[in-house]
Design a protein around this ligand. Structure first.
Ligand SMILES: Nc1ncnc2c1ncn2[C@@H]1O[C@H](COP(=O)(O)OP(=O)(O)OP(=O)(O)O)[C@@H](O)[C@H]1O
Ligand SMILES: [Mg+2]
Length: 283
C-alpha cells in the first residue's frame, strides 16, 4: 500500500466537501477541528466515522509566531466560518478541538481557546500541531514536520509515540518576504506569485536557501535521534521540490503527502474527543 494512501484519500475528500458539503445523518457526534494558523484559519468537520463532511477556510493574519495578535479579527472569522458551515450542512457545530504549536505557553493556549469558545464552540481538546498531523499520517517512526506560514513545528515519533516536539519561527511568511524583496513587490503580490503554478520552478530555486534553513532546523532538533524518515505537512510543504532539498541536505529520506496544507486541520478534527491531559507541552 502507498505510504500516504489514507492521508491522500482523506485530504482529497475534504477538498471535495469544501464545495460539496455532506449533510450528516447523525448530527450529534460531529468532530470539529479549528486550526488558527499564522496564514489560514481552517475549520474541518468530520462525521463520527472520521470521514470529512464539510469545511471552510480563510486567509487571515491574526496569529504571529504562535501568538494571537488580533483577537477580534480572529473571533469574527471563526464565527463566520462556523456559520458558513452550519448553513451548508443544516446543523449546529458544538464541540471542537484546537491546536497549538509545540511549546506554546499555557497563556497563549487560553487566548486561542477564548477565540474558539467566543465563537460559540465548546473546546473539548487541545493538541499540538504535529501530533494532530500524525493522527492523519499514522507515522510509526520518524519526524513529522509541519511547515506552516509562521513556524516550522516538528514531532519526533518512535514506535507510534511522540518523544519530542519543537517549533521555530521559519515558514511561508519568510518565503514570501524573500520573493517580495527579490522582485521588489508588495507582500500580497509576492504571496500570490509564490502560489502561481506557472512560476513554481523559478520560486523553488529562489527559495532554496529557506528550504535549507528548514533542513537545518530539522537537523538541530533531531540529531540526538536515529531518524530514518522525514514527513512534511503544512502549506509551505507545497513548494515544489522542498522535500528533495531537505533530503539532499540531511541525507534522510523525505516524503510529502498530497494536499499537505490540509493534513493538520483534519488531524485536529480527529482529536475532537474529550481528553483530561489535553495540553502536555509548555508552561
Ligand atoms: N502552493 C504553495 N506554494 C508555496 N507555499 C504555499 C502554497 N500554498 C500555501 N503556501 C503557504 O503555506 C503557508 C500556510 O500554510 P498553513 O496553512 O499550513 O499555515 P498556518 O497553519 O496558517 O501557519 P502556522 O502553522 O505557521 O501557524 C502560507 O505561507 C502560504 O503562502
Ligand atoms: Mg499550521
Amino acid at each position: 500500500m502507498h505510504l500516504f494512501s489514507d492521508s491522500d484519500k482523506i485530504t482529497s475528500k475534504f477538498i471535495e466537501t469544501l464545495t460539496h458539503p455532506i449533510t450528516p445523518q447523525n448530527k450529534d457526534n460531529l468532530l470539529v477541528g479549528v486550526d488558527l494558523g499564522t496564514a489560514y484559519i481552517v475549520i474541518c468537520v468530520l462525521d463520527e466515522s472520521k470521514s470529512p463532511i464539510a469545511g471552510a477556510y480563510q486567509f487571515a493574519q491574526v496569529v504571529k509566531d504562535g501568538l494571537l495578535v488580533d483577537y477580534m479579527g480572529a473571533l469574527k472569522i471563526v464565527k463566520q466560518l462556523k456559520k458558513e458551515i452550519e448553513d451548508k450542512i443544516g446543523c449546529e457545530l458544538k464541540n471542537a478541538a484546537v491546536a497549538i504549536p509545540p511549546g506554546t505557553t499555557i497563556n497563549d493556549t487560553k487566548y486561542i481557546k477564548n477565540v474558539v469558545e467566543g465563537a460559540g464552540f465548546e473546546v473539548i481538546n487541545v493538541v499540538d500541531e504535529p501530533t494532530a498531523a500524525n493522527a492523519v499520517l499514522g507515522i510509526l517512526n520518524g519526524v513529522v514536520v509541519d511547515i506552516g506560514g509562521g513556524t516550522t513545528g516538528l514531532a519526533i515519533i518512535e514506535e507510534g509515540k511522540i518523544v519530542s516536539v519543537a517549533d521555530e519561527a521559519t515558514g511561508g511568511t519568510q518565503c514570501t518576504l524573500v520573493i517580495a524583496g527579490t522582485y521588489k513587490i508588495p507582500f500580497e503580490e509576492a504571496e500570490y506569485l509564490k502560489q502561481n503554478p506557472e512560476k513554481q520552478e523559478e520560486i523553488s530555486g529562489l527559495l532554496r536557501p529557506v528550504a535549507q534553513k528548514i533542513a537545518t532546523i530539522i537537523q538541530k532538533h533531531t540529531n540526538k535521534y536515529n531518524i530514518d524518515g522525514i514527513y512534511l505537512v503544512g502549506g509551505t510543504s507545497c513548494l515544489l521540490n522542498i522535500e528533495k532539498v531537505i533530503e539532499k541536505e540531511l541525507n534522510i529520506k523525505t516524503f510529502k503527502p498530497q494536499n499537505p496544507h490540509f493534513v493538520t486541520p483534519i488531524g485536529i478534527a480527529m482529536n475532537c474527543v474529550q481528553s483530561r491531559n489535553s495540553v502536555s507541552h509548555g508552561h
